[in-house]
Structures are given as C-alpha cells and as structure tokens.
Design a protein around this ligand. Sequence first.
Ligand code: SF4
Length: 415
Amino acid sequence: MAQEKEVVIRRLKTAKVMNQFMADYYYELDEASKSDNKKVAWCTSVGPAEILRGMGFYTYFPETHSAMLGATRMAVDLIPKANAVGYSPDICSYLTADIGAFLEGITPLSRAFPGIERVPKPDVLVYNTNQCRDVQDWFAWYAQRYDVPLVGVETYRNVPEVTPAHITSIARQMENIVEPLEKVAGRKLDMDTLKEAVALSRECSDLWEKCLAAAAAVPSPLTFFDGTTLMGPAVVGRGTQKAIDAYKLLLEELEERVAQGIGAIGEERYRLYWEGMPVWGRLSMHSKLFAGLNANVIASTYCSSWIFTALDPAEPFESMARAYTELFIVRSDDYKEKYIQDKLEFFKCDGIIYHDAKTCPNNTNCRYGMPQRLEKKTGIPSLVINGDLNDLRLLSDEQTKTNVEAFIEQLEERK
Ligand code: SF4
C-alpha cells in the first residue's frame, strides 16, 4: 500500500497577488455600496457580468461569499437559520449558508477584510439559471428583503449541442434585461463599454485557461485545491484589466515552474481529475490527504467553469449567449462524458474523484452511471466521495480518508 509521509506542498508566490486582488475588490465594493452615486448589482457566478460592467455597476457575486462561509466553516451553524425560515436542508448549501449569515447579521468579510461590516447592499439582482434554479430563488429572497428589482435569464438545461435557436433565445433575454437595468443605473448601456468588457472577459478567460492548462505538465505546477482560490479574479473580476494583469503574473510563475520541472507537491506519482464542487471547509485537509499519498489532483471541471472562449466583442449579446450556454453544467451527459474524456487525456490522468455533493445535484455528475460509463470507455478508474460543498455535517472525514487511501492503493496495483 502507498505509504503516507511528510507532506510537501509548494505554494505559488502569485497566491498573494490573488489575495490582494480579492481584498481590493471587496473594499471597492464596500465603498461603492456606501456611496450615493454608485450602483451595486448582485450577479450569479456565471451570469451576464459584462452587461453590468457596460452600465458601470459595481458587481458582487454572492457565491464567492458563500464559498467563504464554507471555507471558514461558518456555514454549518448558519444553514439551520435558513432552514428555520423555510429553505430546506436539502437545497443548495450556498443559498442556505448565505441567507443564514444575513439573518444572523454576520459575514466572513469582516474577519478577512477589517473595516467591512456587511455585504454590499444591492440596487438590483441579476441571475442566470444556466447553473441551477437555486440561484433564482436565492436572489428572489434578497430582492424581497432589500425591495430592489430582480431580473434574469432563464436558460435551457441538458443541452447536447448549442444551436442558433438557443443562442437567439438567450441573446434576446439578455437584451431584454437591459432596459430595467438602465432604469436602476440611471444611464444607458454604452455599447462601446459593453464591447470592451466582453473583450476583457475573453482575455481573462484565455489567460485563466492557459494557467489551468499548465497542469498538463509532468509534474503539474498546480493543484485543483490551489485553483479553487486562484480562480477568484476570473469569477469576480472578469471584464476588468486588473484580472488580466493578475493572470499574466500567475501564468508567468506557472511557466517558470514547468520550465524548471517544479511540481506543486513533493512527489507526483498519481495524477487525478476532480469532478464536482470542492468541499470548501476541507480544502486544506484534502490537499494534504492527496499530497501525502503522492497523488496530485491536477485538474477539474469546476475551475474550468470560468472559461468563456465564445466571447466576442464584435457580437456582444450573441457571444455572451453562446458563452453562458456552452458551459459544462448546462450540457447533456453525452457532452459531459466526452468533455471529461478529453480532459483525462489532455492532463494524463490516472483516476477521477467524483464529489457527490448532497445539496448540489446540479454540479454532481456521478448519480446516473457516468463513472461506470466513463471507466468502460477510458479504462480509468474512479472514486466517489460523499460530501457537500458547505454542509460539513454531510461528510465523514474518516470515510473519505479510508476510501481515498484504498483508491490510491488500487492505482498503485495498476502501475
Ligand atoms: S450550482 Fe450548486 S452550488 Fe452552485 S448555486 Fe446552484 S445548487 Fe448551489
């Protein structure tokens, strides 16, 4: 059996740049929400952020706040507060943790960024159901609490191939939210600013894609666990030059590591793919667990969710419609299987870890036979970890450790 030993994880210097990026972002938002002439929009993580930038909104993404609630392990005590007002323990624990935090009047932002007392108050909320319906319900709750407008895009799900009919429908919906947003913004959408935001988003996406692709090197300079925090600027900063500058630095450091053959962990004997949500409250534990077994989780569907190669400033609405519909989470199982198969090959993976996140069926892909079908096609084995993104009561650390150790032993036998 593979032996546990001293765990070596090599941190990236650029992680500090990303942390500073997030600090600057939250302080700027905090200031905007206190100002009389600046407007704040809340947006879902794969919502049409470029339209909001085109109207000068300061844009806040509640999912990043929920991930912080998970990572700080505050979520566990807050979820029951949302359950008490009618939001089931079985639905998205981002939603329940976030609403729980609001009800309790607390936020991890205060601890991370001294001086920030609360999340920025929205002037409008904008969703896209491309990821799930939960975001719509989540934002609807806040729209009522704050008495502000809620607008959104309702998309297709389980899409095998994105067709012109899909694009036309979504692009028209995106155009339709412009007028209500203009009323809130008190100004017209500036098409040049929108096009610039789309161009900047595309550049950010291309750089982020290159950073993730660096993990194809052997050994990989990057781990999935690093990626979950390094992706912050791609989520909250797409459409800005600052995010591009941050990813240029990250890419430089990753390329340096690749050129020098420096891996992210001490010894990389097994290369794994992570499918599904991270367990935010166990990032460090999981990162050490795998590295301690000489296994590097090098790539994931999750971190790649903020790659939008279809964005094109020449056709802002159509290309946004395509980019936000082509996403993995929107697609059919056939498409998803082919996608994962390509990634396994590109990243030269020995195995797959599926996270069956109890409260997020939308980003869980192991419940309808996919692991078995993919193993049959590729010969690459997989392990399912039962858990959750934020609700730590739904996982067993002991069970996870035992299962991961047994899985690595199985991979060793195949070597
Ligand atoms: S995709 Fe999952 S984690 Fe994200 S908002 Fe929807 S239910 Fe929650």
